[in-house]
Ligand binder design. Structure first.
Ligand SMILES: *Cc1c(COP(=O)(O)O)cnc(C)c1O
Length: 404
């Protein structure tokens, strides 16, 4: 098909040409005397991305899921209990992994479309007088439902009852796109990956571990080998890896960190809020449809999960968009399969790229019988973007979308 494929799934995201070029390198010896420069550029450059000075960034040759496994197996003992909320496919999969690895999970089942239930986290932690809960798990941005949760509030809940558990946060689809603060929020392990806000291909697990979690990992007995933090940290200390790293991925990461530094993290967050507001304007004011996220406070600035009307299969919208318009939209996963489609709006993108996705989704919906006004989503997004400069808060954006 002529022209570009429009990639609007919430990961993998568009890889900037600069990153692609930086990755087109000959292979080199990863034990050479100059290799540590590359390692250090990546690991040091990641610290501001996590907003940490005391945490230790670690790169695994995996996807984000590998970093979930690393967090659990490095910091816990066999059979340990963890507390986790489940409100979408990714928070579900993390719980599932805990169970498959033999950990006991206290699950806070929450309706899909809502975020982390802070009051219920608090109640469980307050009731756990013997401190059997060793880790608290939170998915910062549930990509399946387009819901962002308040990680700082979960930390406050833990502190208010002086609970010593570790705080593990899945920030795979938030890091570098939605604010994340490792040190300020007292996060012990942040789990992320290369193919979302970091604008790289999939294949690198990007995680950050607090001093407290690293200390605990020294005596934690859950079986692990490939994902051992100590092996990584020891090798990284001299600028090397315990096994062969992906050299192109490291060059790509170095370039993506340079791009991020040039734009500035706060500007990147503001751009994501601005772009997301345009998508929400298309959904609410243009198409008169609903998001899966049930309240403005949950609206995600990186992915919108758009409910299709009864009698329409979301999968048909996605298939039509792909086959006819060369547009890749995100599918409804598991419980919400067929009920929605998702527009990923994170990473290297701007208003006009997103207008392409909104226009394509609009055409695909019309083609499969969704009763919307042709051009309405595009017009609503255009109006919002023309009337608002980037840089307003998410809360203001949510209100504007609903009021208009
Ligand atoms: C993409 C994603 C994952 C899984 O990451 P992989 O890199 O596919 O392993 C986990 N959690 C969330 C919230 C995600 O968006």
């Amino acid at each position: 098909m002529a022209g570009r494929n429009f990639l609007f799934v919430p990961g993998p995201t568009n890889v900037p040409d600069r990153v692609l070029r930086a990755m087109a390198v000959p292979m080199e010896d990863h034990r050479s005397p100059i290799f540590p420069e590359l390692t250090r550029a990546c690991l040091t450059g990641l610290k501001p991305v996590f907003k940490t000075t005391t945490g230790t960034p670690i790169l695994f040759p995996s996807s984000g899921t590998g970093c979930w496994e690393a967090a659990l197996t490095n910091c816990l003992n066999p059979g340990d209990k963890v507390l986790a909320a489940r409100f979408g496919q990714f928070s579900h999969l993390w719980v599932d992994m805990c169970q498959r690895l033999g950990f006991e999970v206290e699950i806070l089942d929450t309706p899909w479309g809502e975020g982390a239930p802070v009051e219920r986290y608090l109640a469980s932690l307050a009731a756990d007088k013997q401190h059997r809960i060793k880790a608290v798990l939170v998915c910062q941005n549930e990509t399946a439902t387009g819901v962002t949760s308040d990680v700082a509030a979960v930390r406050r809940a833990m502190d208010s009852v002086k609970h010593p558990a570790l705080l593990f946060v899945d920030s795979v689809s938030a890091l570098v796109s939605i604010d994340f603060r490792m040190d300020e929020w007292g996060v012990d392990v942040c789990v992320s990956g290369s193919q979302k806000g970091l604008m790289l291909p999939a294949g690198m697990g990007v995680t950050c571990v607090s001093q407290k979690a690293l200390e605990i990992s020294k005596t934690a007995k859950a079986p692990r080998c490939y994902f051992d933090y100590a092996d990584m940290v020891n090798a990284n200390a001299s600028g090397y890896f315990p096994y062969t790293p992906s050299v192109p991925m490291l060059y790509g990461l170095k370039e993506s960190l340079a791009i991020i530094a040039e734009e500035g993290l706060e500007n990147i967050f503001a751009r994501h809020t601005h772009l997301a507001r345009g998508v929400r304007a298309a959904v609410f004011e243009g198409w008169h449809l609903k998001l899966c996220a049930t309240e403005p406070k949950w609206y995600s600035d990186t992915v919108s999960a758009i409910m299709v009307p009864d009698g329409i299969n979301g999968a048909d919208v996605i298939a039509r968009a792909f086959k006819r318009y060369n547009l890749a939209l995100g599918a409804g996963l598991a419980r919400v399969a067929g009920k929605l489609f998702r527009i990923g709006h994170l990473g290297d993108l701007n208003e006009l790229m997103l207008l392409g996705a909104i226009a394509g989704a609009e055409m695909a919906m019309l083609d499969v019988g969704v009763k919307i006004e042709p051009g309405s989503g595009v017009a609503a997004a255009q109006k919002l973007w023309r009337n608002n400069a980037p840089g307003v808060s998410k809360a203001a954006g949510a209100k504007a979308s609903i009021a208009a």
